[in-house]
Design a protein around this ligand. Structure first.
Ligand code: G6P
Length: 607
């Protein structure tokens, strides 16, 4: 989605801003722009171009020690130079960049048009610029003008405003769209994502919804929309700039895919308790007695996070025998859900900023629900809103399509299931079995990654397909869905996931020699049934690619990828890795832009 970078200090702002935009490119965008101030003169450069081209357009003729910059992902109006940010009011007294959506922009625009405003773009952001300008009267400070304007705005915003005649401060506001301040030594940074500022500082301040800040080179002040001061101490982000660099990898997807052994290791570190055959998840903040009172568990998330929730529901049911399910947060928030006070709700999000998930949490809390987060980004909106939960510790995930965060979600839910199980009826022996299984995962994932070349050969054979089925059942049904999603996201091949048992109830009609099936087939109690599903597909001429941890009958499948055996509850964690490799190699064969799939964004902070 859109990205914001702001700078005020003593350095030249343009390189800082452009480098910051470059770090945010992974979020997806279709135009970009920068506003700089030199000797009181505003210089805006913006166009429907990539950041690299913008760099050439900006040039070096406007050295400025303050500036704001933006990458836009079109919502109101197409990706054109005119619609790109920054936007100004009529006389360019103020200039701003904005993430989010102004919902009442038509009403506001009508009022501003009546007052004589003229618009150069179709964006809701330009309306915001004119609105702030109209409130910026003589004797009124910029922060007051922004505050007054925002009281009339319905919708979401992450906002940075600058007055070119006062090139020493930026006014910042947040509501529903992330804004983080970076505190440097005699310089300050503003961004919509820490990725844009970690190379300069690791001391950050996350703004809350409804909060504003005035940022100057040497300090910052935070306050609410009604001007009451808030106290914010900088915290340290646990990400370094290196983690946002490709290193020797061709793209972030493969980098992050290969980082999974280390990511799982981090998620497990300090949490496994061999002595009591359980885990310690201190962040949940519930004592054993409170854990016993949980009667149900419901996982909420979007996209990949929702599928991780499905895996989590299976794990909790199996290990703790507590009824559990998962639901897309985007559905939950709109259906007036019945909120059960005895249910533990788990909000899952890699970014911690997904609006649908955040809205589901707000609805839950409003109805007295008990909600914890399973979030990767410390300090993110969902992490703060939940207040308790498990951090995924997968390290920054830059690729739009998730790999290591998904794996760490599954691992975290295995730990949650184990913890809930061990305060109930899960035996010490079963607990030990799980702890041992968890500990073995990083090494086993490394083994699977070593088969990348073999998976690549299979991918080369099937990359020309227009459709594929992904088949799984029970524990592996969610990863069949995730596998199909991964293929869709990065290769654009149509893929549909189906439960093996449902094939005969319709989809078999589509099976022929042009439609291969990827089937996830663990060595579990349903092995024989899964083999007969494969036979049904083969009988209709369909090719079968099996991802398994057992030996299948010779000649049954067209391709077989075998992973090490784990504890059955952990099968999805290992069997999912070849699905990631397969999607990756298919997408590479097709020459796709793996890290930036068309039409998709890393974190979706709009509806
Ligand atoms: C977007 C991304 C998906 C991701 C989903 C949830 O739709 O394109 O890849 O799974 O958001 O993101 P979250 O950060 O909440 O896990």
């Amino acid at each position: 989605m859109c990205g914001i970078v702001g700078y005020v200090g003593s350095k030249e702002a343009a390189p800082v801003l452009l480098e910051g935009l470059h770090r945010l490119e992974y979020r997806g965008y279709d135009s970009a722009g920068v506003a700089l101030v030199n000797k009181g003169r505003l210089k805006i450069t913006k166009a429907a171009v990539r950041v690299n081209e913008l760099r050439n357009l900006v040039g070096t003729d406007a050295p400025s020690t303050i500036g704001i910059a933006h990458t836009r992902w079109a919502t109101h109006g197409p990706a054109t130079d005119a619609n790109a940010h920054p936007h100004t009011d009529a006389d360019s007294r103020i200039v701003l960049v904005h993430n989010g959506i102004v919902e009442n922009y038509e009403d506001l625009k009508a009022q501003l048009l009546e007052a004589g405003a003229q618009f150069k773009s179709e964006t809701d952001t330009e309306v915001l610029a004119h609105l702030v300008g109209s409130c910026y009267l003589d004797g009124i400070s910029l922060e007051e003008a922004v505050r007054t304007a925002l009281r009339r705005v319905e919708g979401t915003y992450g906002l940075v405003v600058m007055d070119p005649r006062k090139p020493e401060e930026l006014v910042v506001a947040r509501n529903g769209s992330p804004i983080v301040l970076g505190v440097g030594d005699g310089e300050m940074f503003v961004a919509s994502d820490v990725a844009a500022l970690v190379r300069h500082t690791q001391r950050v301040v996350f703004l809350d919804d409804g909060e504003m800040a005035v940022v100057r080179a040497g300090d910052f002040r935070t306050f609410t929309l009604d001007a009451s001061s808030t106290t914010k101490e900088p915290t340290l982000v646990d990400a370094s700039d290196d983690e946002y660099q490709l290193g020797t990898f061709p793209d972030f997807f493969s980098k992050e895919l290969h980082e999974q052994p280390a990511a799982v290791d981090r998620a497990l570190r300090g949490r496994l308790d061999e002595q009591f055959a359980t885990v310690r998840l201190g962040g949940i903040g519930l004592d054993p007695h409170e854990l016993r009172t949980i009667q149900r568990v419901k996982f909420l998330g979007c996209g990949t996070s929702y599928y991780a929730g499905m895996v989590g529901a299976n794990l909790v049911e199996e290990l703790a025998r507590i009824p559990a399910d998962a639901e897309p947060a985007s559905e939950f928030r709109y259906r007036n859900p019945v909120v059960d006070p005895d249910c533990l709700y788990v909000a899952i999000s890699q970014s911690g900023e997904t609006l649908d998930t955040l809205a589901a949490i707000t609805e839950l809390k409003r109805k007295g629900g008990k909600v914890m987060g399973a979030v990767n980004v410390i300090g993110s909106a969902i992490a703060r809103e939940c207040g308790s939960g498990v951090f995924l510790h997968s390290g920054p995930e830059v690729s739009v399509a998730s790999t290591k965060a998904f794996t760490n979600m599954m691992v975290s839910f295995a730990m949650l299931g184990l913890m809930l199980g061990r305060v109930r009826d899960l035996s010490v022996a079963s607990g030990k079995r799980m702890v041992t299984g968890l500990r073995a995962l990083p090494g086993q994932i490394t083994e699977i990654l070593q088969q990348s070349a073999a998976v690549e050969q299979v991918a080369a054979q099937y990359a020309g397909s227009s459709h594929m089925f992904y088949i799984g059942r029970n524990r592996c049904w969610p990863i069949a869905r995730e596998g199909a999603l991964k293929l869709k996201e990065i290769s654009y091949i149509h893929a549909e996931a189906y439960q093996a048992g449902e094939l005969k109830h319709g989809p078999l009609a589509l099976i022929d020699e042009t439609c291969p099936s990827v089937i996830v087939i663990p060595d579990d109690e349903l092995l024989a049934k899964n083999i007969s599903s494969i036979e049904q597909i083969k009988a209709r001429g369909g090719a079968v690619i099996a991802i398994t941890n057992t030996t299948l009958p010779e000649g049954l499948c067209d391709a077989v990828i075998t992973v090490p055996k784990s504890e059955p509850e952990l099968d999805p964690v290992l069997l999912n890795i070849p699905l990631q490799l397969f999607a990756y190699h298919v997408a590479t064969k097709l020459g796709r832009d793996i890290d930036k799939p068309r039409n998709l964004a890393k974190s979706v902070t709009v509806e």
